[in-house]
Design a protein around this ligand. Structure first.
Ligand code: KPL
Length: 311
């Protein structure tokens, strides 16, 4: 299989690197030239959390979109803020049977891919794998967990082949029928954790320490669940708040992806997380005041960070 990774940061490099070790033709695409050059020159080094062994893989790496032409699968791992641009750029290079798969955080990426690739060639999924970017050509595989993939329409043949390839690469992978349920179940977790950690500037686990942050988490999650229910979405867990608390505890030492965006002065995915709840709620006439306030606060800080960066 030819598998191209669009957005080869920590997670994209982890998936691409391990797939190439399993013998697949992998193209890692990224705009970060030093990372691409380091992989071309020395290979991609993957440190294993808790082990001294470092795996070195040799996928191809490129800054040229044309190198992804006629891939069997494109796995999109860019920040959600860049999905629209990359979908427009890569769709003309895809073949009639290419599948574009989003494994990104948030709600809205699948709809963007569908717009550019068509529903028959679009797939979505969620993963509990964790990876940290250590520097050009080097990442750490920080945590393992299952990956779930699904397609709302079209043939599942290539998706099943990808799931087999991922399993060969060491990733526990399941193909599911209910894609919306998968995406929303992950979304509710990100809604409860990401923006709050960014606003208070603390790791995930610290949200559980204070009544103020715990109750805000509970409100954010309850609003998101009300919207999911109104949309007829079946979440994959029975007690959403307990699940979000469990994830915050399990990933207690993590700086969430949104907090890391703040750390780097980079635009956040707020429009695809709490902002997506606000949009969906407005369409259904459901009040979500806490998500609305948190979205506005993060957007204001995004603007101030952009001002500081001069962008
Ligand atoms: O997905 C995450 C993120 O940071 O985006 C969580 C689950 C909150 C882990 O940090």
């Amino acid at each position: 299989m030819k598998i191209s990774i669009i957005g080869s940061g920590a997670m994209g490099s982890l998936f691409g690197g391990m797939l190439s070790r399993a013998g697949h033709e992998v193209v890692l695409y990224d705009v970060f030239r030093e990372h691409v050059e380091a992989i071309r020159h020395d290979g991609l080094a993957i440190e294993q959390a808790g082990y001294s062994e470092v795996l070195t893989c040799r996928p191809s790496a490129t800054t040229d979109p044309a190198d992804t032409r006629d891939s069997d699968v494109l796995i999109v791992f860019v920040k959600s803020t860049a999905t629209e641009a990359v979908a427009a750029q890569f769709a003309p290079l895809a073949g009639p049977g290419t599948i574009a798969l989003t494994l990104q955080n948030g709600l809205g990426n699948e709809a963007i891919l569908r717009k550019h690739f068509g529903a028959e060639r679009t797939a979505a999924g969620v993963t509990s794998q964790g990876a940290t970017f250590l520097g050009p050509g080097r990442i750490r595989h920080a945590g393992k967990g299952p990956t779930h993939l699904g397609m709302a329409s079209g043939s599942h043949r290539r998706l099943v082949a990808l799931a087999t390839a991922l399993a060969q690469a060491g990733f526990e992978t399941h193909v599911e029928a209910d894609v919306a349920g998968l995406v929303w179940s992950k979304l509710v977790i990100n809604v409860g954790i990401n923006a709050l950690t960014a606003l208070v500037g603390r790791e995930n686990g610290r949200l559980l320490d204070l009544e103020e942050t715990r109750s805000l988490m509970a409100d954010l999650v309850a609003e998101a669940v009300a919207v999911a229910k109104a949309r007829g979405i079946a979440l994959s867990y029975a007690d959403p708040f307990a699940t979000v608390c469990e994830v915050a505890k399990k990933t207690g030492a993590n700086r969430s992806s949104m907090l890391q965006d703040f750390d780097r002065g980079r635009a956040t995915e707020i429009d695809f997380i709490n902002g997506a709840i606000v949009r969906e709620a407005a369409a259904l006439g459901i009040p979500v005041p806490v998500n609305a306030a948190v979205t506005r606060l993060v957007k204001a800080l995004d603007r101030f960070h952009a001002e500081k960066q001069g962008t």
